[in-house]
Design a protein around this ligand. Structure first.
Ligand SMILES: Cc1cc2nc3c(=O)[nH]c(=O)nc-3n(C[C@H](O)[C@H](O)[C@H](O)COP(=O)(O)O)c2cc1C
Length: 198
């Protein structure tokens, strides 16, 4: 059993898995370039099919010219809190791959799976460094593809806000009530020895 605040695992795990969560109350503190590079470095070492590394991270830091473009892609419900993030990212994955020995690119089966692993690495690294990474699907994906010049053979996967945890009093009341690490289904709800039960 491992515990972090209200989160209690049924089986012992590394505490970082419970410590990573998705807050919305960010302080607005800026993130240094070396710290940001450490997040991408963690993503870099994710596993991927044939080591194809299909992930791409597009990003903007606060108070830089690119910030309004990234911020403008977010749904209003995310803009409310993500305005105080240090970095906004859009993660995309390459949908084709060029296997060794083949002369043409072929569709990739696992680009989203692989890119999910890279984002998870990034989020865990952020937690280890005292930052938080909050994934978002609430943004305009087609406009992201257009405005961020995403090539045709890439899928827009998700947006991420990275920030330093602040006081939840800064959030609108409805979000304050939700500002705490949440729970999970029990392991036996999603793990089936021998296949799905029939
Ligand atoms: C792909 C993805 C999309 C998400 N979209 C949003 C979003 O648009 N807005 C939001 O506030 N949270 C969003 N979340 C955060 C999830 O609600 C959160 O990860 C989930 O409730 C589990 O909580 P935890 O990350 O704190 O452990 C998203 C998370 C992921 C991974």
């Amino acid at each position: 059993m491992t515990q972090f605040e209200t989160r209690i695992s049924d089986h012992e795990i590394e505490p970082i898995f419970l410590q990573r969560w998705s807050p919305r109350a960010f302080t607005g503190e800026a993130m240094s370039e070396p710290d940001l590079l450490r997040l991408f470095e963690a993503a870099r070492w994710a596993p991927s099919s044939s080591n194809s590394q299909p992930w791409r991270f597009l990003y903007a830091r606060r108070d830089t010219p690119a910030w309004p473009v990234f911020f403008g892609l977010l749904r209003a419900s995310n803009q409310v809190w993500a305005a105080r993030a240090a970095v906004l990212m859009v993660v995309v994955s390459q949908t084709t791959t060029h296997p060794p020995g083949r002369d043409a690119a072929v569709p990739s089966y696992s680009h989203s799976f692989d890119t999910g692993a890279a984002w998870a690495n990034l989020a865990l690294q952020a937690t280890a460094m005292g930052w938080h990474a909050h994934g978002m699907a609430g943004f305009d994906m087609p406009r992201a593809a257009l405005e961020l010049h995403v090539p045709d053979d890439y899928r827009v996967e998700a947006a991420i806000a990275v920030g330093r945890l602040g006081d939840k009093a800064m959030l609108p009341e409805a979000l304050q009530a939700r500002e705490a690490p949440n729970g999970r289904e029990r392991v036996d709800k999603f793990v089936f020895e021998g296949g799905f039960p029939t």
